[in-house]
Design a protein around this ligand. Structure first.
Ligand code: MG
Length: 381
């Protein structure tokens, strides 16, 4: 079997899909994307196609090595995400070629269903208790919310107190068996994280995510040591090498993104490395259906997978949502806070090619919002 063509599709709300064709009629799908840089990643995929066309798609590891390291310049969000989408599509082809789900090729499933969480609130969270209760009534057992909006480097007492009050309101509304995760989104400094985390401890949050921006990762151990709250991070780390110091620093949960961190091949390895430090896996996925399908394939094969993020109804999904590009949407049927084990070959989804082609004619130019503080200076988004 030989790869004959790579085609990328920019589709709403902010995604990039990749189809890899072969001379035997088997096609694979991947989602190579950096949010806000979709055209850039699509161009990187196009450059990588010069190497891939004519190659055997089943030599996934060989292609991962060549594409990740063979260009001399390596790593970072754009190149690692291009490799990630290609890697997903190659695993999809392999699964279809052998007529098994990808997790079967990774050693078989280690669980029957996978716990998922929902997202409440936008970037400026309010009325979170009501939103969390609604999710709980729909069967979800865990949610994630944002920790704050535009933050000063050292902000007022009110910022920290208001967050603690929002978490308290959810705990009060949903009870002790409902999990509350809080995404700091890299908006907190070391000082603000250390000040705020103790105020959240009485409500036993599930985890606090990205307490610091990734370039402050050398301080993540300090944060972990300062609190009893499980610390999660990793959506802006792109390889084993990016994760290796972080997983040993005391974090509880690693959150590689299947569309950023080198795809199924590399996230599987990051999961194994995390396991040796007693760190759980919770793949980051506010993205589209192909990224979620790839995440689930790793989850079902990884003993330390804890919970899966998914983007249904997330505030980014304007004009299009998670299920819009699938022929059979029941593969992501969430019941009682879990998604069932997919049984189809490859990634276990069937992409609605007509809908993808139609959406790609419109395309998108989604850009990351810019946050500013009340003095006009740039804040972390
Ligand atoms: Mg996050």
């Amino acid at each position: 079997m030989k790869i004959t063509r790579l085609t990328t599709y920019l589709v709403a709300p902010r995604w990039c899909f990749l189809r890899i064709d072969t001379d035997e009629g088997i096609t694979g799908w991947g989602e190579p994307i950096v949010e806000g840089r979709a055209h850039t990643v699509a161009t990187a995929v196009d450059e990588m196609a010069d190497y891939l066309v004519g190659q055997d798609p089943l030599r996934i590891e060989e292609h991962w090595q060549v594409l990740s390291k063979g260009g001399f310049y390596r790593g970072g969000p754009v190149l690692s995400s291009a490799v990630a989408g290609i890697d997903q599509a190659l695993w999809d082809i392999a699964g279809k070629a052998f007529d098994v789900p990808v997790y079967q090729l990774l050693g078989g499933h280690v669980r029957d269903r996978m716990r998922i969480y929902g997202w409440i609130g936008g970037d400026r969270p309010d009325a979170v208790a009501e939103a969390a209760k609604k999710m709980q009534d729909q069967g979800l057992t865990a949610i994630k919310m944002n920790g704050g909006g535009e933050m000063r480097r050292v902000d007022t007492a009110g910022q920290s107190i208001a967050l603690a009050e929002r978490v308290a309101a959810i705990r009060e509304a949903c009870g002790p068996d409902f999990d509350i995760a809080i995404d700091f989104h890299g908006r907190f400094t070391v000082a603000m994280a250390r000040r705020t985390l103790p105020l959240l401890e009485p409500y036993l949050p599930f985890f606090v995510e990205e307490p610091l921006v990734p370039e402050m990762s050398d301080h993540i151990g300090e944060i972990c040591a300062s609190t009893s709250i499980p610390i999660a991070t990793g959506e802006r780390l792109f390889s084993r090498w990016d994760f290796k110091n972080v997983v040993g620093a005391g974090i509880a949960i690693a959150q590689p993104d299947l569309s950023h961190a080198g795809g199924i091949s590399e996230v599987r390895r990051i999961a194994s490395m995390a396991e040796t430090y007693d760190v759980a896996l919770a793949p980051h996925c506010p993205l589209g259906p192909i990224a979620l399908a790839a995440s689930l394939q790793v989850d079902f094969a990884s003993p330390n997978a804890l919970i899966q993020e998914q983007s249904l109804g997330i505030h980014y999904n304007q004009g299009s949502d998670l299920l819009d590009y699938l022929v059979d949407t029941s593969v992501f049927g969430f019941a009682d806070g879990y998604v069932a084990r997919p049984t189809g070959p490859g990634l276990g989804i069937e992409v609605d090619e007509k809908e993808v082609a139609r959406a790609a004619e419109v395309g998108h130019r989604w850009r990351t919002p810019t946050f500013r503080r009340d003095d006009g200076s740039l804040a972390e988004w």
